[in-house]
Design a protein around this ligand. Structure first.
Ligand code: GLC
Length: 751
């Protein structure tokens, strides 16, 4: 390895010394040929799984040849110490300069020990637990030789038709920004060069969650106010948390593909936000600019992408095939190449890869770290906190622990793969604790019978295969009805297959898929004492269930310990505390549906028999369940909301409220503060989340919660992307969800 001597850093010098790292990068760059520089900008998918369209035939041999030439800077989808060592040794020991690869992987919600899907984790509103979840994922993935995760996905979305809502933090930019920071810090830790931390990726920049009609990869056309106030904040928060990389998005944003969007990647990200890391393209998003109708051919695509600030090319091959000649022909300045390569090398130095390219490749550590019981305990704890109680009439829940005949129904109840959710490309299928297992082994002496009921799918798909839903074969319903007839209580686990959400899984309906609704109604006919447990990766339009079913539990896809967490909540040993991070629509026609909507000039509700109001003639505007909503086995009361307006003297407004547990058992409540700026130079939402605090209260206990509002909460981005605070009238709403009516108002005058 020619370069080894030049990079051996002083062992006492931390890899955070940016001046030293810059000096090392410059000295390495001075040795590199143009092709070797471009090689750092080239990322190949490994010789294992793939997470995009199947690699083009014959590419594998070329990848090996390029590895040996030092024309590969990174690989993805290579995991496990043995496999990572195999390719890293080629790059380090067979290429001229021996520059180590940075190994990337989609560690989205765990590596082998799987935590709840990110949308479910967000429902816990527990930022510390979310950060720890990312730390755990980094421990396991780094032990498997991985240096870099393509997470957190921070795309805000209000459209549950889009399959990737499972991967994000829901519809709100304030909550989404805090979750983004927590996850970046969890993955990267305090020392990126430590062998148990990962470089993180804020993705997909930008606007991907606003794909028209919720159809994946579709056009995104949004206004500047939405871009600045809804889309960008979590990305900016990730930069503030020192995220090392960004990934751009497949979509066009207002006509310009994100990959070729200079405003996004250079003007905003690298200049205005001063982002020092590097941008990796999404899978072949460089090449897809041809299909977008933006680039004539691969050469143009490479030119537009590198000029716009895409530093690394994932799996399009256009950089490695076109950039050298573009530079030689004077169409692309070598300065752009140098900037990209410096950014990439800097992250590799910060990871400690030049000190020891194999420090993440310790087979002993791999065996010891992955799958530890403490990780299962941790995901069990977070899974319980992610469960949202949507309905509990007549206190059907919690279940009695003895003397009950419980009919457990639904194929998903025995499914040990679906509870893992999507984006589990390193975890083993069939590795989750199912609801059936969780209930059977629980410390209760009830008689449990189980019936699959109607089939949900006709084939078990792999990660990259299409799912086939059973819409015709009602076999199993009769058995389900029969088992329900004699039961004291029926627990039905219904919802979506684990690969029915995620990338490439948009739906036009949000109803229970297949024949599950038919089975639910048939069972209800013989026994209405039903607890519906939802396993799903997105909000569902469960109107009938909401009207008829006495108890409904939103249990998402909770990961490796799903069944144990669900059993703990059903039996009441954990009092559900989750709150929805996304509105549940009544019907798909309401989408995009979100709580922080604009008033319009004709705000509903309309008067009786009037039509000229912003609403529908066949539905109200209300969601089935609102953002921030979640019940408990106890009750909470909010009172004595007070405001101490010190804006004039100190630039802040102090808010306090009393929360009381008025029920008979302890519980955790997430008190939420919403703000309305009544009138502004850019219209503001009718309310916006600007603070939340979790409190644990014993029966009867009262706690005072305090919030502080400053310009950081009172302002908004104007259409030039500048942060603005304006004089005017503001309203505060405080409560347990986004519909709270406990209100106080105040005025501020901005000098
Ligand atoms: C996929 C996804 C992206 C992922 C990448 C690598 O297409 O869009 O989120 O990180 O490819 O697997």
């Amino acid at each position: 390895m020619v370069f080894a001597g030049a990079c051996s850093s002083d062992p006492n010098t931390p890899n955070k010394n940016t001046d030293l790292i810059d000096a090392k990068v410059d000295s390495l760059m001075s040795l590199m040929t143009l092709e070797e520089k471009i090689g750092q900008m080239n990322q190949y998918s490994g010789f294992m799984d793939f997470t995009g369209p199947r690699p083009k035939e014959g590419q594998q041999a070329k990848k090996l040849e390029h590895l040996k030439k030092g024309w590969v800077g990174s690989m993805l989808n290579v995991h496990g110490v043995e496999n990572v060592m195999a390719v890293q040794k080629i790059a380090v020991e067979e290429s001229r300069l021996g520059i180590p690869l940075i190994m990337g992987f989609d560690v989205i919600h765990g590596y082998k020990t799987i935590s709840p899907i990110p949308l479910a984790e967000t429902a816990s509103w527990n930022l510390e637990a979310i950060q720890k979840s990312a730390e755990m994922a980094a421990e396991e993935a780094s032990a498997a030789g991985i240096h870099w995760t393509f997470a957190p996905m921070v795309d805000i979305s209000r459209d549950a038709r889009w399959g990737r809502v499972m991967e994000g933090a829901g519809e709100d930019p304030y909550l989404g920004s805090l979750v983004a920071k927590a996850r970046v810090k969890g993955f990267q830790g305090d020392d990126l060069s430590a062998p148990n931390t990962l470089a993180a990726t804020a993705k997909h920049f930008a606007g991907y969650g606003f794909a028209e009609s919720g159809k994946d990869y579709n056009t995104v056309d949004i206004g500047t106010s939405t871009l600045h106030n809804m889309v960008n904040p979590p990305f900016k928060a990730a930069v503030e948390a020192d995220v090392k990389t960004f990934m751009n998005a497949f979509n066009v944003l207002n006509g310009i593909p994100a990959t070729g969007n200079k405003y996004l990647q250079r003007d905003l990200l690298k200049n205005q936000w001063d982002f020092k890391g590097f941008v990796v393209s999404d899978w072949d998003s460089v090449g897809e600019m041809i299909a977008h109708g933006f680039a004539k051919d691969g050469r143009a695509a490479a030119k537009y992408a590198v000029s716009a600030g895409s530093d690394m090319d994932m799996e399009s091959y256009h950089y490695i095939e076109q950039l050298a000649s573009l530079v030689e022909d004077g169409e692309v300045s070598e300065d752009l190449i140098n900037d990209a390569v410096k950014r990439i090398l800097k992250v590799k130095f910060e990871l400690g890869l030049f000190d020891n390219p194999y420090q993440y490749c310790d087979e002993k550590r791999e065996k010891e770290v992955i799958g530890q019981q403490k990780f299962h305990d941790q995901v069990f704890d977070l899974a319980k906190q992610s469960i949202v109680l949507l309905k509990n009439e007549n206190n059907l829940l919690p279940l009695k622990k003895s003397g009950q005949k419980i009919a457990l129904i639904g194929e998903l109840a025995a499914d040990k793969t679906s509870p893992l959710g999507n984006w589990i490309i390193a975890a083993e299928d069939n590795s989750a604790v199912s609801v059936l297992e969780g209930l059977e082994k629980y410390d209760a002496t009830n008689e449990i019978t189980f019936e699959n009921g109607v089939k949900l799918v006709t084939s078990q798909p792999t990660f990259a295969q299409e799912l086939k839903i059973n819409n015709t074969d009602s076999a199993g319903i009769a058995e389900a009805v029969a088992s329900a007839k004699n039961a004291d209580v029926v627990v039905m686990v219904l919802g979506e297959h684990g690969r029915q959400s995620g990338e490439g899984r948009s739906r036009t309906s949000l109803d229970l898929p297949g024949l599950q609704q038919q089975m639910l109604e048939a069972v209800y006919e013989v026994n209405p004492n039903i607890v519906l447990v939802l396993n799903n990766g997105r909000p569902l339009t469960i109107n009938w269930a909401d009207k008829h079913i006495p108890a409904i539990v939103e249990a998402w896809q909770l990961g490796s310990q799903a069944g144990n967490a669900i059993a703990s909540v059903l039996y009441g040993d954990y009092n559900p505390s989750g709150k929805l991070p996304m509105s549940f629509p009544k019907n798909v026609g309401q989408i995009p549906l979100y709580y922080n909507y604009k008033s319009t000039g004709r705000p509903a509700p309309k008067g009786e028999n009037e039509v000229f109001w912003s609403t529908y003639i066949d539905s109200s505007n209300d969601p089935l369940y609102p953002f921030g909503y979640g019940l408990s086995y106890t009750n909470f009361d909010y009172k004595n909301l007070t405001i101490d307006n010190r804006y004039k003297e100190e630039g802040k407004v102090l808010v306090s409220v009393e929360v009381q547990n008025t029920g008979k058992r302890e519980g955790i409540e997430t008190a939420q503060l919403y703000l309305q700026d009544e009138y502004a130079s850019v219209t503001r939402p009718v309310r916006e989340l600007k603070g939340f605090k979790q409190v644990e209260l014993a029966p009867g206990e009262i706690k005072t919660i305090e919030f502080e509002l400053t310009n950081a909460e009172l302002g908004f981005y104007d259409n030039d992307g500048e942060w603005l605070v304006e004089s005017g009238s503001f309203h505060i709403y405080l409560g347990g969800d986004s519909t709270s009516q406990l209100k106080q108002s105040f005025q501020i005058t901005v000098k």
